[in-house]
Write a new protein. Structure first.
Length: 285
């Protein structure tokens, strides 16, 4: 029997599947097999006045142990409070929300910038999606990712703020080689180290996708996009988050890696792993 979720790890989240007539909304975080602390934070939130308005977010703390944990938790808790206190009309105004999500991320950033002056280092990656009546607004800083599911295929829609992503855009690496590279841990931007940060903002029509997946790098460093796609199509919607985390933490390492001293085999369960999932009822069964 699969029992990894029953292990008592500090700050590991429980599965909470929020099902309505039109979707499954789910999130899960696991500390992994090496670290005692979970520096990831994750949330899926339905607006208290309208279940069709949703927020998903993942954050991966930077700074080590307690400092990273503080930063990611502060980011997620701040977003939850901000979102649930917004009016329905405000959330449904996509142009305004694109500016508003930038402002709240800047607030989180500037707060952490002040905190790090006496906590040595305190920062976090952050990827957040807000789903309103017609559109989905996504904001991202760091190397946590957002993917869409469409016609049983997945596609990454955010870019990584990392050194290896620069190599990829320059044509020096293939997409699947990113997770094997020894410099994969070097991120070029995250929430906290500097003032006045600008997140990447993406707006999507809700009709342009069947599902939305948010991951921290503890997932995407250990599972290829093609493997995630297979899990998406093989798993039931209610069990998808659990299946992805199971593979990220307990999956077998790849048999083949790119040639070169700059590459190494990724170790499953070495990092914290988190996922937030939104799947429409009209998507796969």
């Amino acid at each position: 029997m699969f029992t990894f979720l029953n292990r008592k790890r500090k700050n590991s989240s429980n599965i909470t599947v929020k099902a309505s007539s039109d979707c499954v909304l789910d999130s899960l975080s696991d500390a992994g097999l090496v670290r005692d602390n979970n520096e990831d934070s994750v949330t899926t939130v339905v607006h208290p006045n309208n279940q069709n308005l949703k927020l998903l977010a993942v954050a991966d703390g930077v700074g080590g142990c307690e400092d990273g944990e503080v930063a990611s938790n502060f980011a997620i808790m701040t977003l939850q409070k901000w979102f649930t206190n917004l009016s329905e009309d405000t959330i449904n105004n996509s142009r305004y929300m694109s500016k508003s999500i930038t402002e709240i991320i800047r607030f989180i950033n500037n707060y952490l910038y002040i905190v790090k002056s006496y906590r040595n280092s305190c920062g976090t990656t952050l990827t957040v999606a807000i789903i309103n009546k017609r559109e989905t607004i996504i904001a991202s800083v760091g190397d946590s990712r957002a993917y869409i599911v469409k016609n049983n295929e997945i596609k990454q829609i955010t870019r990584d703020d990392s050194l290896v992503w620069y190599y990829y855009e320059a044509g020096e690496l293939k997409k699947d080689e990113i997770r094997f590279h020894r410099e994969n841990c070097l991120i070029t931007k995250y929430v906290g180290p500097d003032l006045d940060i600008d997140p990447e903002i993406i707006r999507l029509s809700n009709d342009s996708y069947d599902g939305l997946l948010l991951f921290t790098d503890g997932v995407t460093d250990c599972i290829s996009d093609s493997k995630i796609e297979k899990i998406v199509n093989k798993s039931s919607k209610a069990n998808l988050a659990k299946a992805i985390i199971k593979e990220a933490v307990y999956g077998k390492p790849p048999k083949r890696i790119p040639k070169g001293k700059e590459f190494r085999v990724p170790v499953n369960g070495k990092d914290n792993a988190s996922v937030a999932v939104y799947l429409k009822e009209t998507s796969y069964v």
